[in-house]
Design a protein around this ligand. Structure first.
Ligand SMILES: NC(=O)c1ccc[n+]([C@@H]2O[C@H](COP(=O)([O-])OP(=O)(O)OC[C@H]3O[C@@H](n4cnc5c(N)ncnc54)[C@H](OP(=O)(O)O)[C@@H]3O)[C@@H](O)[C@H]2O)c1
Length: 298
């Protein structure tokens, strides 16, 4: 199915940028928005303003809206619940209402943080039980969107990474530590599936083109502790494994509680697209190529 015109809300973020690249390579007519960080060709949009949202959607009349925009800083959300719910719930609700008026398809990005991390990895049918304000806000958004539009596609993902010099995603944080030869304390007991942002963008397009609805987990194949992922990144960047100091989450005194035994199962995704989820080795090869293509070498 051809997607028709697409709107990427949050095109200045890690996933939004990857989506814009993937949509462009697929010759899809795509418009993107930013909130605070303008990018070439992007339009300003604050999703907490339903007036702005309606005007933007009516102006572009997209057939599909990829809604990546969110307040993603988990610890900040814990201290600022009103702001978190305004951006992460009221914003998506406004987008879904504007989409309903045009019968546009909505693709929304959610998280494994809707689970408590007692019994991961989770499939799409497992009952959510978020521990943090961020997780609660994303679950509330999932439900609000599905109440408003029938054709919503909810993609749950986790531990996103990609080469982006403006991003503080985990792969970039580790890169900067390796460059400055700084040791890093990384949780040994937070399990999740590292997911290349570009892979999420490719699967988003594939699932949207297939007209899939409901919840689908889109993550990398390999489930591992964050410290193990850090070591894999350090190896890619040519640093010493000793730079990674594995520690229990408890010792980090993070503001928001984390789902420790997290992770998401990929069987549903694999069944729909007919191929295995991306292995970490393949994702890291692509990350290395992205880095070399951007001209950054250690
Ligand atoms: N990162 C992860 O590991 C992870 C894991 C699971 C799920 N997710 C979900 O995946 C989605 C994309 O994450 P990401 O890592 O790409 O996030 P990100 O890099 O932090 O980007 C967030 C995007 O949201 C935009 N935004 C923030 N506030 C806004 C507002 N009031 N109005 C309009 N746009 C606003 C930002 O615009 P500006 O930058 O221009 O301000 C940016 O484009 C999010 O929904 C997130 O919850 C992420």
């Amino acid at each position: 199915m051809a997607l028709g015109k697409t709107l990427v809300v949050g095109a200045s973020g890690l996933v939004g940028k990857a989506l814009m690249r993937v949509l462009k390579s697929a010759h899809t007519d795509a418009v993107g928005t930013y909130a605070r960080f303008p990018g070439a060709g992007l339009e300003a949009l604050d999703i907490t303003s339903s007036t702005q949202v309606r005007a933007c959607v009516e102006r572009h009349r997209p057939a599909t809206i990829f809604l990546t925009a969110a307040l993603t800083h988990v610890d900040y959300c814990e201290d600022h619940p009103d702001e978190a719910f305004a951006i992460n719930v009221d914003g998506p609700r406004a987008v879904a209402e504007a989409a309903r008026a045009l019968d546009a398809q909505v693709v929304f990005y959610s998280t494994e943080y809707v689970f408590d991390g007692k019994a991961g990895p989770y499939d799409e049918e497992d009952p959510p039980s978020p521990l943090s304000v961020y997780g609660q806000s994303k679950l509330a958004a999932e439900r609000a969107i599905c109440d408003i539009v029938e054709n919503a596609l909810i993609l749950r993902t986790t531990v996103l990474f990609g080469w982006d010099s403006n991003s503080t995603n985990f792969a970039m944080q580790v890169y900067h530590k390796v460059r400055s030869q700084e040791r890093m304390t990384i949780p040994m007991d937070q399990f999740g599936n590292p997911t290349l942002a570009e892979y999420l963008a490719e699967m988003s397009l594939a699932l949207a083109q297939l007209g899939v609805r409901g919840i689908v987990n889109v993550v990398g194949k390999d489930l591992m502790a964050r410290s193990e992922f850090a070591r894999a990144l350090v190896k890619l960047y040519g640093g010493s494994p000793d730079l990674v100091v594995p520690v229990p989450t408890e010792s980090l005194k993070q503001k928001a509680p984390r789902p420790l035994r997290g992770g998401l199962r990929t069987e549903k995704l694999e069944r729909i697209v007919g191929s295995k989820a991306m292995a970490l080795d393949d994702a890291l090869k692509r990350l290395g190529k992205q880095r070399d293509g951007a001209g950054s070498m250690i």
